[in-house]
Ligand binder design. Sequence first.
Ligand SMILES: Cc1cc2nc3c(=O)[nH]c(=O)nc-3n(C[C@H](O)[C@H](O)[C@H](O)COP(=O)(O)OP(=O)(O)OC[C@H]3O[C@@H](n4cnc5c(N)ncnc54)[C@H](O)[C@@H]3O)c2cc1C
Length: 477
Amino acid sequence: MAVDSFDLVVIGGGSAGLVAARAAAALGARVALLDKERLGGECLWTGCVPSKALIASATAAHQARNLEAFGLSGHLAPVDLGAVMDRVQSVIQAVYRGEDAEAMRKQGITVRFGEVRFRSSHVLTVDGQPLRGRAFLLCTGSSPAVPDIDGLQGSGYLTNETIFSLRELPAHLIVAGGGPVGVELAQAFRRLGSAVTVLAGERGLLLREDDEVRRAVGDLFTHEGITARQSRLVGVGRGNAGVEVHYAGEGGEGSLQGDRLLLALGRRPNVAGLGLEQAGVRYDPKQGITIDAYLRTSAPHILACGDVTGPYQFTHAAGFQAAAAVRNALFPRFRSKAHLEPMPWTTFTDPEVARVGLTEAEARRGHRKVLVLRAEFAHTDRALAEGQTDGFVKLIVTPWRGRILGGHIVGPRAGELIQEVTLAMRQGLGVRALADTIHVYPTLSMAVQQAALGFYPQWPLYRLARRPLRALAHRVR
Ligand SMILES: Cc1cc2nc3c(=O)[nH]c(=O)nc-3n(C[C@H](O)[C@H](O)[C@H](O)COP(=O)(O)OP(=O)(O)OC[C@H]3O[C@@H](n4cnc5c(N)ncnc54)[C@H](O)[C@@H]3O)c2cc1C
């Protein structure tokens, strides 16, 4: 039987796989894109896109309940979750139109669906049909982690794979997990009208964020009536309303009843069933596929990127790695490292929470002295005009050169604002570049500039020069 041969075989048609297949085809390579079911991946069907669409409805509901603050009146009828989810699905379909199999084939990409399994290091099968590749790229992503907890199986728990199919608003949603997924969905359901309890785990909400940021999110949750417990889920049973969950940990132990339980307890890499052993690809069932700085697995012509490799499980990380992986797979002699730092990310609560680089605690551990520069949105004219004054910009910089070590923003459009800080860090521009760049008035980005301007009064050089400069000014006068 003649076996189809390709320059690059991409396995998994999600965020990473789509970028990779398009980039390789644009370079003129013969590319196959394989997926077990459909193109789009987690981000499109059950991740970023539906969650952001749901959050948009929740934000609209919140604004409708607070019209008086804008000098308006009116009231919000009880939320019809079915209608909200219909909108979520229509957003998914609008995005999907640009990345379905037909759109890929038009770009010269061979698309196949079915069970993918390596038979040797250069041959795999798709539903039994063999296919040969000069290079391979594994982009199979991750799935929700479901821990082995008493009573969980059979409890009808939800994950991000099922929650966007709900049609009835839960009266009380219990969210197990205080990471970005749990926090975003907790606030969205609260704003749509559910009572929400978060079992955030022993160490609390948003573990990867700066301490000050975590406190701000804790306060926000309290203000919005979301109960967050520093306890972990230890058991599930049947309750009058639906589920009864048992929790334990620093935040106390006990039980509570709710009608739905959402699991948001992290991710597991999709490595099973691919025959990675036959291909000589090393992996860990929990950590995923092991790669080097060039994104090569233990079989150098097989590369991997995205969630299946960690450590940054974001669509933008997957896309960035995918572009680098294509270059390294097709032109191995000219390979280059995929530099992921600094990696920005955002949790899309309202206000948003964005981070790039080190937290203050991390920076203080690694540097003898750091300066912390802040600006409050309560003093930013645009934020005042829009009634979105919660939050702050916090920059952590070195004292002499003003090298930016980290940026943290809690506030309106923090996900957009963090880009400026990321650009400065990536290009090695110090904080003075942010301070000395003209920012449009009145924009939210002025909060970033205000924080950066705080560098000058603390700059040791400025302090040294201040006295002679003052004396000179007196003399000139
Ligand atoms: C609720 C939620 C919200 C999120 N929000 C954001 C956000 O706002 N911003 C952000 O940057 N990230 C967000 N993420 C993370 C983001 O979705 C992932 O980081 C991203 O999708 C990873 O891309 P990937 O290509 O590695 O995997 P995926 O996009 O999941 O693609 C993997 C593909 O591989 C296929 N596949 C799996 N196993 C096999 C197999 N054995 N054989 C063949 N094909 C296979 C799958 O069908 C899928 O199409 C969110 C995640 C969740 C769960």
